[in-house]
Design a binder for this molecule. Structure first.
Ligand SMILES: Cc1cc2nc3c(=O)[nH]c(=O)nc-3n(C[C@H](O)[C@H](O)[C@H](O)COP(=O)(O)OP(=O)(O)OC[C@H]3O[C@@H](n4cnc5c(N)ncnc54)[C@H](O)[C@@H]3O)c2cc1C
Length: 389
């Protein structure tokens, strides 16, 4: 039933936008990223239908959807239109990070809007001078001593972030960044990194007011050009307020939860895009008559579908075996990761290194191998695969 619903939403809303979103990339207009106009209703539909918080508990308004089913559904969404699918599921990851480590006050303030698809969630780690080396981030946080949403008060945030997926766009009312920054006077390096919620706009009473998070530029990522990757300037006018999540200086440890989920998700989506390509070439191979079977070479005979030629079968089997292998590996890793992170949350300590390393290695292998499967897809489809639709 859940997968039927995922297939229906994919066929009705996501797949029809695949080509147009790829062609008509997000644009920065008057300081705001403009995305495809159908994305707003799609993200809200994901919220209204309960997809964004589907894996969370019933008490939180979720459906306690098992990770295996949720993952299978996101696989379908990614195969239909990866660009469109990243918006709601980044919000799921950001909300999950918040509910794992944030105070109830923070969760109650932000999460319902995120679950409803009105507010976008992001992960904001990378800076122009700190990519892999997050210990070198320079985004800073300074206590304001003003009242906040919980006992931690508020912090003034200043810095820059780059490559932030869905970091700004006009399909939602607000963007909630789960952002790494260093509290002034804290320990140096990775031990001084804390996690903050930094909204693009602050909710004051019933009104959303500007929080001095400016969009300086937009990038377009190969393979999912419909989703904006954003360069942000934070606190350029000293007006950005952030809210501390959990304990100070524990930010990188917390952020690994979302990073690992994202790594597994990226690998999974490489497989889902490859699977869509595989089925497209399988369909073509079954329908395209060309030449005769090697054992029936008379020119008087009808041409056979190319799927009957050994080399085409080889290409299709290669694609299927790489994709099946990648899917199985990633599903196993996801289960392991969830078990570990649940145990980790209970004990508030432990090791995520194994998961982090495995998730990243697996993501890279699967995405890399998938390049080959897509290459075999284009060889199976041959002339047709080089056409621009
Ligand atoms: C599709 C996509 C989406 C993204 N979305 C987000 C997002 O939403 N939020 C966000 O914060 N970031 C995002 N990023 C950014 C991503 O997190 C960074 O690209 C990543 O952390 C690497 O940083 P970098 O690109 O600066 O590479 P660099 O740090 O410059 O690294 C370049 C190369 O050098 C290697 N290298 C670096 N240091 C060492 C070392 N000490 N030893 C050995 N090798 C090393 C790296 O492994 C890499 O191969 C996204 C990136 C991509 C590709």
């Amino acid at each position: 039933m859940v997968l039927d619903a995922a297939a229906k939403i994919s066929e009705t809303f996501l797949k029809p936008l695949l080509t147009v979103m790829d062609r008509d990339e997000p644009k920065l207009v008057d300081g705001k990223i403009r995305v495809h106009p159908h994305l707003g209703p799609i993200i809200r539909k994901f919220g209204e239908d309960g997809w964004i918080n589907a894996p969370f508990s019933l008490e939180e308004g979720g459906q306690q959807l098992p990770a295996s089913i949720m993952n299978a559904a996101t696989f379908v969404f990614g195969a239909a239109n990866y660009s469109a699918s990243v918006f709601p599921f980044l919000t799921t990851g950001a909300a999950n990070l918040l509910r794992s480590f944030g105070s109830p006050e923070l969760v109650n303030h932000f999460a319902p809007h995120m679950y409803a698809g009105r507010w976008q969630g992001t992960m904001a780690l990378t800076e122009p001078d700190a990519g892999s080396s997050l210990s070198d981030i320079s985004t800073s946080a300074e206590p304001t001593n003003g009242p906040g949403l919980d006992a931690s008060g508020t912090y003034r945030i200043r810095g820059q972030k780059i490559y932030i997926s869905a970091g700004d766009h006009d399909a939602v009312e607000n963007v909630v960044h789960l952002m790494l920054a260093k509290i002034k006077g804290g320990p140096p390096g990775a031990k001084g990194i804390s996690l903050f919620v930094v909204p693009q706009k602050r909710l004051v009473g019933l009104e959303l007011v500007d929080n001095d998070v400016l969009t300086a530029g937009v990038h377009h990522k190969m393979g999912y050009k419909g989703a904006p990757i954003v360069h942000l300037m934070i606190g350029s006018n000293d007006g950005t307020i952030g809210y501390l999540v959990g304990e100070p200086h524990q930010g990188l440890r917390y952020m690994f939860q979302m990073m690992n989920e994202a790594r597994i998700g990226v690998g999974m989506n490489a497989v889902s895009i490859g699977t869509a390509a595989y089925y497209a070439s399988l369909e073509y191979a079954r329908e395209r008559p060309q030449g005769r079977h090697i054992l029936e070479k008379s020119s008087g005979l009808q041409q056979v579908p190319i799927v009957r030629h050994a080399d085409v079968k080889r290409m299709l089997l290669f694609q299927k075996s790489v994709l099946d292998g990648g899917f199985t590996g990633l599903t196993t890793l996801l289960q392991l990761s969830l078990r570990r992170s649940a145990r980790w949350r209970r004990r508030r300590k432990g090791r995520c290194c194994f998961i982090a390393g495995s998730a990243d290695t697996h993501r890279q292998i699967v995405s890399f191998r998938n390049g080959y499967t897509n290459h075999e897809c284009s060889r199976t489809d041959s002339g047709r695969s080089w056409l621009h639709y």
